[in-house]
Design a protein around this ligand. Structure first.
Ligand SMILES: O=P(O)(O)OC[C@H]1O[C@H](O[C@H]2O[C@H](CO)[C@@H](O)[C@H](O)[C@H]2O)[C@H](O)[C@@H](O)[C@@H]1O
Length: 379
């Protein structure tokens, strides 16, 4: 059986949070350099040990399914004591302070640099809802993002395919990277699909159809075709049937060793094993915007899910800009700052626009004053 990667994180309805990051192969999707990563908060996370991960490499189909179900359950925890949770939360927030509270420090750090904005969609610009087809962003958020794009190059980086995320955002002035960056369009004319990914299109289509078929008897299960990847949603599936759903997904994936499984917020995501993710998408977009070798660029990436960690990690490694994790609860992350929910993302973006306008006005006034001084010296 092929190696599988799996990363888990979510919050249950009561708001109590726990996260597992679990790699079922040697090369985990989530493997931040320990030195760059803030220490984990005791009591807030379950981490599967290295040894166990290696053991998972060889596990048979049955134990693999059990591992998936365990992680699906762990993403909806009911077992953390409230006191432990709040201790963990306090210490986590010290390590990942609110980007709103740190706004002045952030703008000072960006001084003299070109800010480039990268925004995830679901859970960042739009609230999480049961029906993925109804994950609309508010008009107020759309107006805010439009203003952001007036002042900074801005890209949307999503797990959904590009057309779908565009149909939600509907702002032509942005750049879009869909299917976790595999469906990408930079500033240059025409779409740019990652060539290795495009070879997977017929396979993904086949898997999508097979998953539709096998999951149709599981109430609440929803299969979404994201062009280069497929999402199997379990948000509306009774927990008692998660194991059944995992088995169904496993039975399809057995025939496709070149596909891997990751987990987002109540969703199993099936995608090609190629080395392309939101981090690579960020680098691709920076390059196509002409900032590849620029020291004066300040990329800011805002996202809420495990797949956004690839981008946070790239920013840490480049030592440029920073990531902001959207989360109400502690999560193991490479982001530097946090925001609790989309409404806070909107507040942060608005402040950024306000700050930029002010600094442009200040610059304009200074230039005009200098002109006046020059003129008075000449007269
Ligand atoms: O990278 P993203 O833009 O955050 O996409 C990740 C997944 O987002 C969507 O699913 C999530 O949002 C849904 C709507 O709120 C919610 O019902 C679901 O439980 C979440 O996982 C999208 O539907 C998936 O295809 C993306 O993979």
């Amino acid at each position: 059986m092929t190696k599988q990667n799996m990363v888990v994180a979510d919050v249950n309805k009561s708001g109590i949070k726990m996260a597992i990051s679990m790699a079922v192969s040697g090369s985990s999707v989530y493997s931040p350099a320990a030195a760059q990563k803030p220490p984990s908060v005791p009591g807030a996370f379950i981490s599967i040990s290295e040894k166990k991960l290696v053991q998972n490499l060889d596990m048979n189909g049955g134990s693999r399914i059990n591992t998936w179900v365990d992680s699906m359950r762990a993403s909806s925890p009911t077992h953390i004591k409230a006191s432990t949770f709040s201790d963990a939360q306090n210490s986590w927030i010290i390590q990942h302070p609110s980007a709103l509270d740190m706004f002045d420090q952030i703008t000072i750090a960006s001084k003299g640099k070109q800010i480039v904005m990268f925004l995830d969609y679901d859970g960042t610009l739009s609230p999480i809802v049961d029906d993925p087809d109804r994950a609309f962003m508010s008009e107020a958020m759309r107006a805010t993002v439009r203003k952001v794009a007036r002042y900074f190059p801005t890209a949307i980086v999503s797990g959904r395919c590009r057309d779908k995320v565009y149909s939600f955002v509907r702002l032509a002035e942005l750049y879009y990277a869909g299917s976790h960056g595999m469906d990408i369009k930079g500033p240059s004319k025409g779409s740019k699909y990652k060539k290795p990914a495009s070879e997977f299109l017929p396979m993904i289509d086949e898997v999508y159809k097979a998953l539709l078929e096998v999951t149709k008897c599981t109430p609440g299960a929803l299969v979404e075709n994201n062009k280069f990847c497929v999402s199997v949603h379990f948000r509306c599936v009774d927990e008692k049937r998660w194991s059944e759903l995992a088995k169904q997904v496993g039975s399809v994936l057995e025939g496709y060793p070149n596909l891997r499984l990751t987990q987002g917020r109540k969703v199993l995501e099936i995608r090609p094993t190629i080395k392309w993710d939101k981090g690579k998408a960020l680098e691709f977009l920076l390059e196509s915007l002409g900032y590849a070798k620029c020291a004066d660029v300040f990329p800011v990436y805002i996202g809420d899910d495990r797949t956004d960690e690839d981008a946070f990690k790239v920013l840490r490694e480049r030592g440029q800009g920073f990531g902001i994790l959207v989360s109400k609860t502690p999560k193991d992350t490479n982001a530097s700052y946090s925001l609790q929910e989309p409404s806070e993302v909107m507040a942060f973006l608005r402040r950024l626009v306000g700050w930029k306008r002010m600094s442009l006005r200040r610059q304009f006034r200074m230039r005009r004053r200098l002109e006046e001084i020059k003129m008075s010296l000449l007269n």
